[in-house]
Design a binder for this molecule. Structure first.
Ligand code: ADE
Length: 251
């Protein structure tokens, strides 16, 4: 199976205008290789301020994103229901196949407490038919969203961003470029860093000399076997010196 549809839930849908209209990601969406749908979380609110957050139980600084709004939004997206059909309900819509806590498309909450995002996880997500990305904001999200809505929690690194939008974009880029036909050259997604657990070997193009730096002789030798061996050794050496942790991992 390969990813066909990706839904994004965010309070800043406009944030994605740039990434989704530029580069190979924009092209994949424009050409219909990926059915990408943006949803505004505020369309699932009940009050005139369209509030998505509230003060924390137990006190303390900051606001917490409300579980009811996230639940309605996710149930609508999972089941292709309109906001009016779900907002305010205390139980799932009768037409809902995918329900909170039960069977639902892979639904990834972007959060610093999630599991680290890797090329291996990107491959895993690219093999799903549907993916839903939840972009959190503010200081936190009600714990019941983690329990009932998300099937996965993913972090793009050990640092804290304002919210999940940048992280979602990282996931979308890494996943989309693995889809068949998106990168153009079918060879490229595998022949690169991480595909075989190593960093990529160095690349060179014309001119043959720049400021006294010349292209390694083996690359102009015409000996394909020697080139392949050189590249492999370079990749191993780079990985050993820069990212020895990668050599210890299974994937
Ligand atoms: N939201 C805020 N920080 C994040 C991170 N590091 N990864 C994923 N989502 C986030």
């Amino acid at each position: 199976m390969t990813l066909r549809r990706l839904d994004i839930l965010t309070i800043f849908p406009g944030w994605f205008d740039g990434p989704l209209s530029t580069s190979l990601l924009g092209k994949a969406v424009a050409e219909g290789q990926l059915d990408l749908r943006l949803h505004d979380l505020r369309d699932f609110t009940t009050d005139r301020h369209r509030s998505v957050d509230d003060t924390p139980y137990g006190g303390g600084a900051g606001m917490v994103m409300r579980p009811d709004v996230w639940l309605w939004a996710a149930e609508a997206v999972w089941n292709d229901l309109r906001p009016q059909a779900v907002v305010g309900r205390s139980d799932p819509h009768p037409d809902a196949v995918h329900v909170a806590g039960g069977p639902r498309p892979r639904t990834v909450l972007l959060t610093p407490r999630g599991r680290p995002f890797t090329q291996s996880l990107a491959r895993d997500l690219a093999a799903e038919e549907r993916l839903v990305l939840l972009c959190g904001r503010y200081e936190g999200i009600d714990e019941r969203v983690h329990d009932l809505v998300a099937t996965d929690e993913v972090s793009i690194g050990d640092y804290v961003l304002f919210g999940g939008e940048v992280a979602a974009t990282v996931v979308i880029e890494a996943v989309t470029r693995l889809l068949p036909g998106v990168v153009g050259n079918e060879d490229s997604p595998t022949d690169e860093s991480f595909a075989d657990g190593l960093l990529e070997y160095p690349h060179y193009t014309r001119p043959a000399e720049v400021r006294g730096r010349v292209v390694p002789q083996v690359l102009t030798s015409g000996d394909h076997g020697a080139v392949a061996t050189w590249r492999r050794r370079q990749a191993e050496e780079l990985t050993r010196t820069r990212r020895p942790d990668l050599l210890d991992e299974d994937e």
